[in-house]
Design a binder for this molecule. Sequence first.
Ligand SMILES: C[S@@+](CC[C@H](N)C(=O)[O-])C[C@H]1O[C@@H](n2cnc3c(N)ncnc32)[C@H](O)[C@@H]1O
Length: 454
Amino acid sequence: MKQRPIHQELIVKTEKIVHGGQALARADRFVVFVDDALPNETVRAKLYKKKKQFAFARAIEVLEAAPERIPSDCAWTGDCGGCTFRHCTYEAQLGYKKQILVEALHGLPEAQALVQEVVPSSQTNDYRNKMVFSFGETLDGEFRLGLHRRGSFIHIVPANNCLLQSETSREIVRRIVLLAQELDIPPFHEIKKTHGLRQLTIREGRNTRQRMVELVTTQAYPGLEERLREVLDDLADTLLLSLDTNLQGMPRPGYRQLLKGNGVIEETLNGLRFRIGPDTFFQSNTAQAERLFARLQEWAVQNARPAIALDLFAGTGPIALHLAGLAERVIGVENWPPSVEAANENLALNGIHNVEMVAADVNDALPPFMPAHADLVVVDPPRPGLSPDAIDWINRLTPDRLIYVSCNPSTLARDLKLFLQRAPYRVEAVEPFDLFPNTFHLETLVVLQRTIHS
Ligand SMILES: C[S@@+](CC[C@H](N)C(=O)[O-])C[C@H]1O[C@@H](n2cnc3c(N)ncnc32)[C@H](O)[C@@H]1O
């Protein structure tokens, strides 16, 4: 059934920022989550989604502004799904993120008391090493290449001047728009499923200055291959033109044509080398990932050097590689085979021989080839966090130290509670890191120390 649009407007006083970046306000018996508002503001807000006890709204007029409010440096703030916080100071963003973490840990006062100030990112603009842009058009038929409009899967906000990426990346976007116009190639239409340009991915090694560009189309276009090579020759070290003939669901290139380079780029983290392919997961803020992993190394050896360390949810191995020089033996566990393969390549690239990668699901039972005890276990799960089974088998290995790297404060709090209920651990540190300035996302490093030794 089609949802009827809601035209109701409210004037509300906001209280605090919640995970997701909205400001919470109360109106009668209702909680309203208001986009584009800050705490302690009075705003006129327009409802766009209403449930029984809460609603979602968007601030359309600020009647009393908070002192933290500043003019945004991007014309698309509020429309674009890429950023949440361009309308407030960076100090305020860090404060909101800390408060969200403290509140998520409300059932764990010992952890709450240890929450430190959020480690800021050295760059708040131009910090991302990967951007994925979509093609689309406006209702008037204007060609667009950029990010999705907030809450929309068809409307696109142009990325010609997007501040999350580098100036070179912006230049690549501008050139691709001109190329599409020159060759008269339309954008792929998500609803009508008409053919066209579908996706542009730009990846940049921030320390190596190597750049990979992949353009995805839904069918072949005469002349595109030659012109793409010419147009991006000075900006792309490796260039792919890819075909995605499955028009349903998320874009997934089926056939990749390498137009330039060897199809991979390299990036370094704290002097370690990583090979990045078009599908490889890699931390998107290089400088801040270096800081996070350097801190993790300090905690890993703070009491004693671990003989055996586990890196669970290892991805392409950055944590395992950072532990390789500190532990005698490291075992990485990751369930996506291409990442396991990439991690093994990264180990070879760095001449590391004391790390084994195991392809297994951490959330199932104990993976094969695990030792009976590990001195250190590091977990870096995706947003859903750990399964209770995973917490059980990790506890059975009686690690002296557990380091939890989390991208979701609420699943972090849930999992910490289970660890602390089921085994004798003490929380040693809770250190948040801002890897995603101008968005609501937050990474947190939590250190648990075993208090009774087996
Ligand atoms: C947040 S990423 C962290 C990757 C890596 N630590 C890094 O910093 O690049 C989470 C990783 O866990 C993997 N993963 C997700 N669910 C998993 C599971 N149930 N078992 C093993 N690995 C899983 C994903 O493929 C992804 O590589």
